[in-house]
Structure formats: structure tokens, C-alpha cells
Design a protein around this ligand. Sequence first.
Ligand SMILES: Nc1ncnc2c1ncn2[C@@H]1O[C@H](COP(=O)(O)OP(=O)(O)OP(=O)(O)O)[C@@H](O)[C@H]1O
Ligand SMILES: [Mg+2]
Length: 257
Amino acid sequence: MRRHLQFLGLTLTLGELDERLAWATRERPGATALLEHVLGLEAAHKLEERIARRVHSSGLVERKALEAFDWNFQPKLDKAFVLELARLDFVRRRDDLVITGKTGTGKSHILKAFALRACEQGIRMRYARCVDLLDDLHAGLADGSYARRLKAWASPALLIIDDVGLGQVKKRGDEPTAAHTLYNLIDRRHSKVSTAVTSNIALSDWGRFLGDATLTAAILDRLAMHAIRIDIDGPSYRQHVATERAGQRPATAPPSS
Ligand SMILES: Nc1ncnc2c1ncn2[C@@H]1O[C@H](COP(=O)(O)OP(=O)(O)OP(=O)(O)O)[C@@H](O)[C@H]1O
Ligand SMILES: [Mg+2]
């Protein structure tokens, strides 16, 4: 039997065969229940492995779930709307999504949760912080792999560009501006596949961040103007956590004289 399991690639059952047999001896399930039990565990394991591979290759380094999102903390955010978007029908419709709001309001949390859902649903997705995406493309200019890299960023059904406006967009002498590079990418993706973006700066400040007002206007015309928009108007959860922690810290003893 171990040989069959090995050949079929049923690695979980192979590793836990003694456990399964002990269960069958103890519970005495019927043939159907036994098969259902063994195959069910193996299938769940295979699915989890597949999701983990997709998460890894997508560039998503942190798993966030909407189940862990405290909606009461952000009462102005339309929970029903976000949950509806989380079904990812907007990806199938090839719509874009732009989430803006001040720092710490949960923008990245929501898109990372969407990213995970995409992996679970088998939607081809890539995730990157804006500065990392630009660095990757600009590295391609140096070693001749720009076209290949651009294609790789342009093709996924969902591309998440997180944190536009955060970090330093590095520009070496002869490199195109960030606006130029991002324009090339957004123009390729627009109306064909879905792009989701978060930003904690106003769209009117993107030009300064990306280094070219005219090309930024062209990006915003393709992306933001026709995208599904969410603006999170509320407090910072990071600040909330820091305040809570400070409140829990034991009072320091007065210095002894
Ligand atoms: N409503 C919430 N419930 C639970 N956790 C939250 C909530 N909002 C934010 N967080 C958590 O707070 C931290 C900061 O959130 P997040 O990174 O999503 O903020 P952001 O809006 O993207 O900020 P920035 O503009 O600085 O990138 C994360 O660890 C996130 O999981
Ligand atoms: Mg963020």
C-alpha cells in the first residue's frame, strides 16, 4: 500500500498511514466513510500546499485575513461593500480598484486579504509594494531583462501595487522616471486585467512622487478615474495598538533616592 501511496503522490496519507489505520480500527467506519475521511484529509492538504505555492510565487510575504479585520474600529468603511469586493468579481470583470486613506487605516490589510483570496481561488495574482515593483523593472533595464519583467508584471489577472507614495523611488541618471515605468505597465494592463492599488497620499500628489506630472495624469486617467474607489476616512490602527500597549505597560518605579 505504501508503494501505491508513493506512486500516487498521496504524501500526507503515506506519512500518517499508521494514524489512519488506527482510526479505522477504532471507529470502524463503512467503506464510503473511510474513503471520504482519508481522501478528504489528503485533498485538503494538497489544496493548502497549492495555495502556499501560489502565495510564495505571488510575492505576498504576509498573510492577512478579513476575518481578523476589526470593522468597528473603522466605522466609516462600508463593510458590506468591501466583503462584496472580496468575492473578487471585480477581477473577473477586469475592473481596477484604488484604496486611499491616511496611514494605518487598513488599506494594505484589505488588499493583502484580497490577494490571499485570489490564491485560494486560483486567480493568477502578483503582489508588490510600489517601490519594489519599480526597482524590479529598473533592474531589468540594467541587465536587458526589462521586456521579460514588464511582461511578467503585465500578465497576471490581478496585480496589487501596494503603498504608492511610500518609500523612496530611486532614479539613477539615465533611467526613466517612475511615472514613465508605471505608465508603461498600467497602459498594458488597462481594460485587459485588473490592477488594485493602495496609496496614503492624495492622487493629486502622485505626480510629485512619481516624478512626472503629465505621465502621472495619463496613469490616473487610465487607472483611478475609472476604478472602483474606496477612501478610508478614519483613525490609524497602528496608533491604536501603540496606545493600547502604552496603557498596558507597568508604571515604572520612581527612582530611589
Ligand atoms: N481595522 C483593523 N482591524 C485589525 N487590524 C487592522 C485594522 N486596520 C489596520 N490593521 C492592522 O494595522 C496594521 C497597519 O495596517 P495597514 O498596513 O493595512 O495600513 P495602511 O493603511 O496600509 O497604512 P500605510 O498607508 O502606512 O501603508 C497592520 O498590521 C494591519 O493588519
Ligand atoms: Mg499600506
